[in-house]
Design a protein around this ligand. Structure first.
Ligand code: SF4
Length: 377
């Protein structure tokens, strides 16, 4: 049973008493948008775009620029352990991202830990906004933050060239929010940050809420109203086994189906087609046209078949999948004096070997070598 530093919310039946419907895992490859997997090609393509051996085009890079965080969310960080991995200097992130952009990356998302803690962030965003993709277009620049420092940084980030921002937020009432983050006064700060980001024109403004049964699933209907009232896109995320404290069980996952039922009962929804096959969220608009939500369902409706993402950790390691058991030391090669050609070749080879999919809930599933706070989402 999940043991958390505060009592679960009370509801009549009590989520602990209700046997959740068994989670039926859809084979991650069965993405309806994609044909069955082509046979793996033998040699990596040498020219953009970046591809893996399953034929997927990899155009989305997520870069953690710090392992530090100013929150201690109970399901993410045990609170005892601070930062565990070093950071590169800002220019080194720029050099590595530039290599990826030249190989076909078109979207860069800056993450952490908490990226707004990083000095030099505005300069990095400015430099990245002047970079061009292999096709000569500007990069699509996004950032994920807990929002605590956003009120004062929203406009400067926009002015520096940031396009979009996502705020991680797991409750819409101050008491629950601050029990989760373990930071007093954090709710008001984040709300002010969200409103400042909207005023600065960082759009679409997305709110990511990780749902855990018996912990914050009482927030679902409140978040649906929040999406409409604050004109933000709330995305509910199924809890993945990526936490630091090793709390995950299948029973704790609130599935896409349940979320849809709960929101739809209060505010009817209609599904919206994805903008692109690799989009992680299933999108739903409220029938009255006011607002939108998304559901990211990596456990019950996995989407690995169309995955277009790779990650760079705060200490310069490539992770080809969130659930990778191995990491690839790109920064180590840079430090050892490798030139750009050698680093490019290493990136191409590494991405080519990207894992086909995750194996959550399957016999022999291994939790990844790093927890989410040290990967960066
Ligand atoms: S990162 Fe890994 S687990 Fe996530 S969608 Fe891609 S292949 Fe699947």
């Amino acid at each position: 049973m999940l043991s958390l530093p505060f009592p679960p919310h009370r509801d009549a039946a009590g989520p602990f008493n209700r046997q959740p419907k068994g989670i039926r895992l859809n084979l991650p490859m069965a993405t309806p948008f994609l044909p069955a997997f082509p046979a793996p090609a033998t040699d990596p393509p040498v020219h953009p775009p970046l591809r893996d051996s399953h034929g997927r085009v990899i155009h989305d890079l997520r870069v953690s620029i710090t392992d530090r965080c100013n929150y201690k969310c109970v399901y993410c960080r045990t609170g005892e352990m601070g930062a565990q991995y070093p950071e590169l200097v800002i220019d080194e992130y720029f050099r590595l991202i530039k290599l990826f952009a030249g190989l076909g990356i078109t979207k860069v998302r800056l993450t952490g830990g908490e990226p707004l803690l990083r000095r030099g962030l505005l300069e990095l965003v400015g430099e990245l906004s002047r970079l061009r993709t292999a096709e000569g277009k500007p990069l699509d620049l996004a950032l994920t933050t807990n929002g605590h420092l956003l009120e004062s940084l929203a406009q400067p980030l926009k002015d520096a060239g940031l396009n979009r921002i996502t705020v991680s937020m797991d409750a819409v009432d101050a008491a629950t929010f601050e029990r989760i983050t373990r930071v007093p006064g954090s709710f008001a700060r984040v709300l002010a940050g969200i409103r400042a980001a909207r005023a600065a024109g960082l759009a679409p403004l997305k709110i990511n809420c990780v749902l855990l049964r018996g912990f914050n699933d009482d927030q679902i209907e409140g978040f649906a109203r929040f999406a409409r009232e604050e004109n933000v896109v709330v995305r509910f995320i199924e809890f993945m086994p990526l936490e630091e404290g090793r709390l995950w069980t299948p029973e704790i996952v609130v599935t896409l189906r349940e979320i849809l039922d709960r929101v739809g009962r209060a505010l009817p929804l209609t599904e919206v087609p994805p903008r692109e096959a690799s989009e992680t969220a299933r999108r739903y608009r409220f029938l009255d046209g006011v607002g939108e939500i998304g559901i990211i369902a990596p456990v019950s409706q996995a989407f690995c078949g169309a995955c277009s993402r790779v990650r760079l950790t705060s200490d310069g390691k490539i992770r080809t999948c969130l659930f990778s058991q191995v990491e690839h030391d790109l920064y180590g090669r840079l430090r050892a004096g490798a030139g750009d050609d050698e680093l490019r070749a290493y990136i191409i080879r590494t991405v080519y070997g990207k894992e086909a999919r995750h194996h959550i809930g399957e016999p022999g599933f291994l939790k990844p070598s790093r927890s989410m706070v040290h990967i960066g989402g």
